[in-house]
Design a protein around this ligand. Structure first.
Ligand code: NAP
Length: 248
């Protein structure tokens, strides 16, 4: 029960890694608030976590977190842990990327994540923790992944800068960067037609030294660790959770 009476907000908490993390926080005593875009999966997720509350918010729209933050403030007066996990995948060869595609990906994966954190900061308690979902895509040179890679690399810089800015408030900021993980994202990555998904899955699996994809819970556990007091002397890191992709 590492999160007894802690107030946790999971941005992008209604699917995949975020959903597993929200369930994990809830199982260890947290008051869980989560956001996403899809009302159906928000409701499903919240129904499975006692006491959890879910809100629709599109991170690409700056200020979209107003409702959930107001609800947290009204119920608890503060936020202890912020897990910023929302993200989309998009593939296109560099020669074909349009400014509109670039902005679409960055408005969610970089700009949206940054301003969601900025908006939550006044409510975040001193001594709290922020965990951000990056990706090994930020450091792996994968053809076709330029928009996503650039956004996640930018998010890594955001995490380190915030860690330095917030250290005086004893707020720790860390990143978890997953490798290939079995979540719905693979079926909705822009630029990957449905009939190419099985091929993409086998290429990704083959690229992992462990020769398998991760499960959402295997990413969520390190997220919970970094959010907890067990990680009290850790700030600014990027933890690869990737079956050995980056380091081996
Ligand atoms: N799975 C992997 O292999 C992998 C690898 C490296 C990094 N990641 C990162 O892990 C994170 C979670 O992804 P996942 O794999 O769990 O995929 P997922 O199941 O597709 O979950 C993505 C989450 O982000 C939310 N989201 C997307 N766009 C949003 C927006 N504009 N506003 C608010 N919420 C939005 C989704 O909400 P809705 O469902 O309501 O749209 C969902 O909760 C992402 O940041 C992703 O880049 C994943």
């Amino acid at each position: 029960m590492r999160f007894s009476d802690k107030v946790v907000l999971v941005i992008g908490g209604n699917s995949g890694i975020g959903r597993a993390a929200a369930a994990g926080f809830g199982a260890e005593g947290a008051h869980v608030f989560l956001t996403g875009r899809d009302r159906r999966t928000i409701d499903e997720t919240v129904a499975a976590i006692p006491g959890a509350r879910g809100f629709r918010a599109d991170i690409a729209e700056i200020g979209s977190g107003t409702d959930v933050l107001a609800a947290i403030e009204a119920a608890h007066g503060k936020l202890d842990i912020l897990f910023v996990n929302a993200g989309i995948g998009a593939f296109a060869p560099a020669a074909e990327v349009t400014p509109e595609q670039w902005d679409h990906v960055h408005n969610v994966n970089l700009r949206g994540c940054f301003f969601a954190i900025q908006q939550a900061l006044p409510l975040l308690a001193d001594g709290g923790a922020i965990v951000i979902t990056g990706s090994i895509g930020a450091v792996a040179a994968v053809p076709g992944n330029v928009m996503y890679a650039a956004a996640k690399a930018g998010l890594r810089a955001v995490a380190r800068t915030l860690a330095a800015e917030l250290v005086g408030r004893k707020i720790r900021v860390n990143m978890v960067s997953p490798g290939p993980t079995e979540t719905p994202i693979i079926n909705r990555t822009e630029g990957v037609p449905a009939d190419a998904v099985p091929g993409l899955r086998s290429i990704m699996t083959e690229a992992v030294p462990m020769k398998r994809m991760g499960a959402p819970e295997e990413i969520a556990r390190p997220v919970l660790f970094l959010a907890s007091d067990e990680a009290s002397f850790i700030t600014g890191i990027d933890l690869y959770v990737d079956g050995g992709c980056v380091e081996l």
